[in-house]
Design a protein around this ligand. Structure first.
Ligand code: ARG
Length: 558
């Protein structure tokens, strides 16, 4: 908990106990000089005393509080001034003691499963999958920071009738080594060819269906081909995950649940939830919803069936307290249905669809199928090369420019995604997002670099820090902001929204940069210099750790 919040709680308790009343609110005044403020209106009637007597009663109690400095009565409020010197010392000492662990919570014994990224094999990794990847990865890091045990799952789309068609196409026109060189685009070409040929050879349709049936029945040759498609696709996806530094605990995709679906159907039957509808098996989940299709009349299972099997398997395997699905807005109905079916089965899972909006380019939906970029990797590479240009201009003599450009370019894409509330659409402007100023990832990385270069030739000496310095508003504002970091982490988790952290970091960096404009940090006075460094180092620690939680790296020079 932030120190200031702890003070609020303690003051409230102290007053309520000593005065034997309840309902006291200790707040941070919107605008004003005092640090805290208590509205007194409500207690005039309650205590049957004139306002000024109420004030004196309250004031007498809080005088004993260790961080109390002074107070005053201002139009119905008790305004409290705290001993900022001690408060600031406590806050900054904690950051320096805990370093990157500042804001971390103890392990709480709870497990959360996060289902994210989850692209479809033999198909291109879409910008939507990229959003899921970066949001999910950040949530994983945030929950871990907050003491959760997190299981990250990539629910690969690796099953479905399209794989029957893929097998037919591969057997007719496929080339192993071409696919190995360029998996996704070659596999996609095959798929397109299948559909082109279909116009003149309608019999292919049936061939595809038969092939899928054989695959489902476990034909060794077909299974081998399917494994080849999966492995090659995954190889290409892994390049992206490596670049983004994203990891998973499991790649169990849809296919993994093939032999785990009978159990689900049986359980639904046992619980009397399944109905027959024109030969198909469905579950009715309420008037305003279409029934959920569990098995088609030809016996084939569906996306929803596999998700239901996955949900129950995950409960058995990980015994989660909470499960998050990081998937776009367009699957809202699917996850509502999943939740409803599992509720009807009596589970009442804490299941959250962590939804997000589209990616736009020039205001239009961006797609690797129809847009300027055919591969997502090209988008990322363009961001990296833009970053390289910017570095070339700013710092042509920098060492390892390639590495730096990668961290900046990738960070730019991630930050651009995470800075907005996730359910909104994000605009991709590859030039804008790598700018070193404005609301960008590079702006934050640059602020960190600025601190590194500032601190290069000075040594911190705790003993010389003049804590009195922090009582000044210019300083204390920053100290208070640092103090809010744990609160921000909690909010980010409660809302499953990394943007809470992203916006906080922007604010911290902005206030730091304006502080930098007002104060000569490398002061001549030793005690002031040390106070400055002590604060600036803490800011840097929080900026670096905050970026890490978004999945973004930092640099010492750029
Ligand atoms: N593969 C799916 C798609 O690309 C996303 C899967 C999301 N996760 C899930 N458990 N349904 O649309």
């Amino acid at each position: 908990m932030a120190m200031i919040n702890q003070v609020k709680v303690e003051l409230k308790k102290l007053l309520e106990n000593k005065l034997n009343i309840s309902g006291i609110v200790v707040e941070t005044p919107k605008k004003g000089q005092s640090d805290l403020s208590i509205p007194l209106f409500g207690f005039v009637k309650l205590l049957g005393l004139p306002m000024m007597d109420v004030y004196h009663k309250f004031s007498d109690v809080i005088k004993d509080y260790p961080l109390y400095l002074k107070d005053e009565f201002v139009s119905g409020f008790l305004n409290i001034y705290l001993n900022r010197e001690i408060l600031a010392k406590n806050i900054l000492d904690e950051v320096h003691l805990k370093k990157s662990n500042y804001g971390s919570s103890d392990i709480n014994g709870k497990t959360v499963v996060i289902d994210y990224s989850s692209p479809n094999i033999a198909k291109s990794f879409s910008v939507g999958h990229l959003r899921s990847t970066v949001i999910g990865n950040s949530l994983k890091l945030i929950y871990e920071k907050n003491g959760y045990h997190v299981i990250g799952i990539n629910h690969l789309g690796d099953w479905g009738t399209q794989f029957g068609r893929m097998i037919v196409a591969y057997k007719k026109w496929g080339n192993e080594s071409l696919i190995e060189k360029n998996p996704i685009s070659e596999l996609q070409k095959l798929y397109v060819k299948f559909h082109d040929e279909l116009a003149n050879h309608p019999e292919l349709e049936q061939e595809g269906r038969d092939a899928f049936l054989k695959l489902e029945q476990g034909d060794p040759e077909y299974i081998k081909l399917w494994e080849f498609f999966r492995e090659q696709s995954l190889k290409e996806f892994m390049e992206m995950y490596d670049l983004l530094n994203v990891k998973f605990d499991s790649f169990n995709g849809e296919a993994f649940y093939n032999d785990k679906m009978d159990r689900v159907v049986k359980e639904l039957e046992d619980k009397n939830l399944i109905k027959e509808d024109e030969g198909a098996l469905v579950v009715f989940i309420g008037e305003n919803y279409p029934p959920v299709l569990i098995k088609r009349s030809d016996g084939a299972t569906l996306y929803a069936t596999r998700d239901l099997a996955a949900l129950l398997y995950r409960k058995d395997t990980y015994n989660f307290d909470k499960i998050l699905y990081v998937v776009g807005n367009e699957q809202k109905l699917h996850f509502e249905s999943l939740k409803k079916v599992s509720d009807l089965m009596g589970y009442n899972f804490d299941l959250v669809h962590v939804n997000f909006g589209l990616v736009l380019q020039d205001g239009k939906k961006m797609s690797t199928r129809t847009g300027k970029y055919t591969k997502l990797m090209d988008v990322i590479n363009e961001a990296i090369s833009n970053a390289k240009k910017a570095i070339e201009e700013k710092n042509p003599n920098l060492e390892n420019k390639e590495e730096v450009a990668k961290t900046v370019g990738v960070g730019a894409i991630i930050f651009n995604d995470l800075k907005n509330e996730r359910h909104l659409d994000v605009e991709y402007n590859l030039e804008q997002m790598v700018k070193f100023e404005g609301q960008t990832g590079p702006y934050l990385q640059y602020s960190i670099v600025r601190i590194f270069s500032m601190l290069k030739n000075v040594n911190l000496n705790f003993d010389l820090v003049n804590y009195q310095t922090y009582t000044n508003d210019v300083y204390f504002n920053l100290v208070q902001l640092i103090d809010q970091f744990p609160v921000v982490l909690e909010r980010a988790q409660n809302e499953n929204s990394p943007s809470v952290i992203a916006r906080y970091l922007l604010q911290l960096a902005q206030e730091f940069n304006s502080f930098y404009g007002k104060v000569r940090i490398l002061a001549d006075d030793q005690n002031l210099l040390q106070a400055n460094i002590y604060l600036v180092t803490a800011i840097q620690t929080v900026l670096i750790e905050g970026l890490r939680l978004l999945g973004i790296g930092y640099l010492e020079a750029m």
